[in-house]
Each structure stands twice: as structure tokens, then as C-alpha cells.
Design a protein around this ligand. Sequence first.
Ligand code: ADP
Ligand code: MG
Length: 352
Amino acid sequence: MIAPGSTIGIIGGGQLGRMLGIAAAQLGYKCHIFDPHAAPCAADVAAEFTRADYGDHDALQRFAAAVDVATYEFENLPVEPLQLLGDKLCPGTRSLAIAQDRAEEKSFIEGTGARVAPWRKVSSPGDLRVAVDALGLPLVLKTRRYGYDGKGQAWLRSASDADSAWQAIGQEPAIAEAGIDFFAEFSVIVARWADGTTRFWDSAENEHRGGILRTSTVPCSAAVAVQVAEAREAALGIAGALGHVGVLTVEFFASADGPIVNEIAPRVHNSGHWTIEGAVTSQFEQHIRAICGLPPGLTGLTRGGAVMENLIGTDIERWPEFAAERGAHLHLYGKGEARPGRKMGHVTRVVR
Ligand code: ADP
Ligand code: MG
């Protein structure tokens, strides 16, 4: 067990690291943020901050010596340098390596027996034409690496879109995925301990706009609720096969044929922010408990449910309105500039 008073290293200093840091502080831990930027928002709430590139071996070596356990809040990290953290890193590099490459991720998920959208690897315009023939239209082309919030993706509605889509994603190694005719999206968030103990939260129904999460709602609709048991089985299979320690998120499409895995994140997730006020133990606290080997906290609802709304880009200008709204839990990430598409904060309303 990593006892309170110990230091938790967090690689990545964005809002997820910030909320992990707040939860860790509540349990008496100190956090040490590792991030290449000058003033990452997680560093504002942490005891220590190392500014260095994610591939800087010397800096990582010093970081490894300074922390009792380490975790990451961001999956676009080079895997090889992190290996020097050894067993201190939770989840380990296997979860990271698989989640950061969409082709590895899809093959791995299929290997656990869970369903994914029909897909093909694409490394050239020729491969893309083959994929269109095999998968049909519409389909979505996604870069294997570095995609988030819908970035690195282009849709093909007709075969003649192939060249422009290939250009649009920067001609990078990619996958093509059949467009799924889903009626809803939802996520399963599971926390897993080294001894195999697991805990779930209620599944949130997630609404995306332009590839970015806008809202997460708990409880989900009845039509989604009947798919949650099967989705949880899939998530357990994935978490177990990864040997994952910490929180793991699995995003699903709810289709007429049942749940289809969209993607996994080896970490706390935007669709779990509602758990801060809506659940007895938040995803952030539970992640800290899991990686430190503390007992699991209860994950049930505090009230009837919750609705989380993201504040993206200039949405943040409305903060005075949310600050004045009775019962609205306003979270501001303390980021500087409100660039379009940038996640600046969120508001959670607990359902009475
Ligand atoms: P990101 O890493 O950017 O979150 P996702 O693969 O989750 O990438 O895609 C973002 C969103 O785009 C999804 O939540 C969904 O709304 C839509 N989307 C992605 N893939 C598909 C698909 N195969 N069929 C239909 N919609 C999709
Ligand atoms: Mg996603």
C-alpha cells in the first residue's frame, strides 16, 4: 500500500491531472506533475512540478526517484521512456501502448471477444479504396495515433471523398471504420485494483457535437440501460486482459444490435466528471485509491443522478451565470486562453 503522505507522480498536467491532484490532496497525498508546458493547470494544485519533455530520460529518472507511485492522465506519450518507471507506473505501459494506437486497440479489443465497428488498417490511398469496398459507406478515417476530441478524423460519404479524406488526416497511418448507426453513446468506467477487485459507476449517456463531448447524463435512458450489463462484461474482459490498475474507460455505441466498443481510455475520463458530485466516490478519488492500494470507495449515486455539461472555448465566458446558479457545481480548469474546442471547465447539476 502507498500510504497517505506519499507522493504520487502524474504525467500530464491538464484538467484530468488537476482533478486527480485535488482528489489526492483530500486523501493526504502530495502530487508531482510532469509536463513539458510552462504552466500546466494541474501544477497549480500540486506540490511539485517538473517541466520536461515526455521523452527526457534524465528528467524521468529523477521523477521516478522522487515519487512513490506514478500515473498518467494523457495517452499520447512515448512508451519506451516510461519503462524506466517500472512497477511504479499504474496503469502500466501495456495499457498505454494499446490505447494510443487505434489499430492495436481494435485488434486487442476483438481479441477479448468484445465487438468493435468493422475496420481496416489504411496506410495509403490504395488501402483506403480497398477499405471502402470492404466496409461500405459511410466510413470514418482516423489516424492511428494522436487523435482526440474528433481530431485526426475525416468522414467519407462517397468513394470520391477518399483523396480529400486522406489529405485531411495528413496522410498518416490510419484505420478506416464503418460508420455505426447508433441511437446513443455511453461509457463504462471501471476501476481495477492489482488484486483484480473492480468497481463500476452507473453508465453515463454521452452526447457529442463535432467529435467533442458536450454532455454526460446519469441515469442513462432505458434503451441504453438494457445494454449496460453486456458492456460491463466487455469492459471487465478488456481491463483484465490489460492487467490494468486504476481507472479504465470504455466508450460504446448503443446500436440496434447491442453495444459496440468505440474506444478505450486508460484513465479517468470526461464522461466521468459527474462522479465528483453525483457519486459517493469520484472517478478521481477511486483512481488514487486503486493505484495506492487503498480499499475501494462506494460508487453509488449521491442523489437521483447528474448532468455534466462541458464548457468548451468561449462557453467559459458564461461562468458568472453558472456561479450564480443555485445548485450548479462549477469547475474551472484555470487554463489561459479559450481557444475553439478547448475544454475550459464543466458544470454538474445533481438531479434531486
Ligand atoms: P476521439 O478520440 O476523438 O474521442 P472517437 O473515435 O471517440 O475519437 O470519435 C469521436 C466521436 O465521433 C464519437 O464519440 C462518435 O460520436 C463519432 N464516431 C467515431 N467513430 C464513429 C463510427 N465508427 N461511427 C459513427 N460515429 C463515430
Ligand atoms: Mg472518444
